[in-house]
Design a protein around this ligand. Structure first.
Ligand SMILES: CC(C)(COP(=O)(O)OP(=O)(O)OC[C@H]1O[C@@H](n2cnc3c(N)ncnc32)[C@H](O)[C@@H]1OP(=O)(O)O)[C@@H](O)C(=O)NCCC(=O)NCCS
Length: 189
């Protein structure tokens, strides 16, 4: 299986941060903030033990798409960039293969409110439309996850979907979700 993220020269530096690919040895550090209920509230899984946490990344293959965000050598969050095919009619499907990425992000609450997640995700958008040669990036969030959709709006992503009571939260409630996206030609950098 090919590894599209191998096309990037890691680590990637931004004004304040360093981004690198995650490995199994990083999972304990990530657990330290990902176990926080204020973090898991909006995430797709809320493992209750470190073993479940490790298994959720190792067995589901999530590590392959995970990027660690570091500030002065300390992990302050993580992000996801998962490259996938775009929808296409059968005759032109080859031209749509591996042309878009789903993005995701989490910041350690101790480091929230400084723009680190925005800076890191902005760098992933740069990579997407630069060395990775993608055409579109997108992300989904619960409509109530305002910090997350504010981040997307800061980056200039467009709200393209408002899905009504489409997502089942572990609280048992069916919640609205937003879908945001951005095309390469819309990225100003
Ligand atoms: C979503 C999440 C990453 C947003 O965290 P955040 O700290 O608000 O995001 P940033 O690190 O980009 O910081 C932005 C905040 O810092 C402020 N800020 C300070 N300095 C800044 C700078 N140099 N650049 C940009 N923003 C800056 C911004 O004004 C903003 O605060 P505001 O929303 O009160 O205006 C965080 O809430 C989180 O991890 N949530 C749990 C996991 C989650 O929901 N993931 C997404 C699932 S869809």
């Amino acid at each position: 299986m090919t590894d599209p993220l191998a096309a990037v020269h890691w680590p990637v530096r931004t004004d304040r941060l360093s981004l690198r690919r995650a490995s199994e040895t990083d999972l304990d550090v990530i657990w330290a903030y990902r176990r926080d209920p204020s973090v898991t509230h909006w995430l797709s899984a809320a493992p209750t033990t470190i073993e479940q946490h490790r298994a959720s990344f190792v067995e589901r293959g999530g590590l392959a798409h995970m990027i660690l965000v570091e500030l002065d050598g300390r992990v302050v969050g993580d992000a996801m960039i998962r490259i996938e095919d775009e929808w296409a009619q059968a005759e032109v499907a080859d031209a749509a293969r591996g042309k878009q990425a789903e993005l995701g992000w989490t910041v350690d609450p101790a480091y929230a409110g400084h723009g680190y997640a925005t800076e890191a995700v902005g760098a992933l958008v740069d990579l997407s439309f630069g060395p990775l040669g993608l055409r579109r990036v997108y992300a989904l969030c619960f409509s109530g996850n305002e910090p997350s959709w504010r981040l997307m709006e800061r980056l200039g992503m467009r709200r393209e979907q408002h899905l009504v009571k489409e997502s089942l939260h572990r609280s048992g409630e069916w919640l609205d979700a937003f879908g945001y996206a951005l095309l390469a030609e819309e990225w100003p950098r």
